[in-house]
Design a protein around this ligand. Structure first.
Ligand SMILES: C[S@@+](CC[C@H](N)C(=O)[O-])C[C@H]1O[C@@H](n2cnc3c(N)ncnc32)[C@H](O)[C@@H]1O
Length: 217
């Protein structure tokens, strides 16, 4: 059964170290090669998923410098769009990128949005910092019935994930396995739709990240 939350210290998501680190990294984060190699492929697949839905209210959680949320605005044009991040430094970069997104400085586990506020919640490469079960419960709460959840996070079934997990304390971040992600979303009341590695030109052992897509009952 679910073990994803087991190694997580209860304070991980509120860990000042995480937020302070991202405040410091914010200016370097948009470096084009880093973005193209690491972050763009999962963002492309999240956009693909959103194009398959008629979601008009969308939230990007752990939005960082706002690249994905800005692309959602430009490529989908939703009626309501939130970009949420715990780091003021990352959000400052996001705010400079576009005023068309509602940028909110909140923790993923306590988003401060009303119940059923959005039709889709997306998140790329931030979930490993969250308190897993409380965050998924919060996503479930803010989603309308039938709403879509799409999360990309690195996992432990590959060399990169193992390296990060071995070199970083689970109290700072924890990479869930594919099975743990499945259990997390199902136990929160979602129906799992798909789980697969993000398409990258890499051998399987190096595939660092997995897309999990689920729907609220
Ligand atoms: C690797 S960046 C990913 C940013 C963006 N999603 C992307 O794909 O480019 C991780 C982000 O998660 C944010 N973060 C970490 N813990 C958080 C939490 N509990 N709630 C909201 N944001 C958090 C960090 O501040 C950081 O901006």
């Amino acid at each position: 059964m679910m073990t994803a939350s087991t190694p997580a210290a209860p304070t991980r998501a509120r860990n000042k170290f995480v937020t302070d680190s991202w405040n410091r990294l914010a200016r370097a984060y948009d470096f084009p090669i880093l973005q193209r190699l690491a972050y763009r492929p999962p963002q492309d697949e999240i956009l693909e998923q959103l194009h398959l839905t008629d979601a008009r209210r969308i939230a990007d959680i752990g939005c960082g410098t706002g690249i994905l949320a800005s692309r959602i605005y430009e490529e989908i044009g939703p009626d309501v769009l939130y970009g949420c991040d715990a780091s003021e430094g990352m959000l400052a970069q996001a705010k400079a990128r576009t005023p068309e997104v509602n940028w909110i400085n909140r923790q993923a586990e306590d988003l401060g949005l009303p119940d059923g506020a959005v039709d889709a919640v997306v998140s790329t490469h931030a979930f490993h910092f969250f308190e897993h079960a409380p965050a998924v419960a919060e996503f479930h709460r803010i989603l309308a019935p039938g709403g879509l959840l799409a999360i990309v996070v690195a996992n432990q079934h590959n060399l990169l994930g193992q390296f990060f997990q071995l070199t970083t304390s689970p109290s700072v971040m924890y990479f869930p396995t594919i099975e743990e992600m499945r259990d997390l979303v199902e136990e929160a009341g979602f129906t799992l739709l798909t789980q697969r590695p993000i398409r990258r030109p890499l051998p399987g052992a190096f595939i660092p990240d997995v897309l999990t897509v689920a729907r609220k009952h």
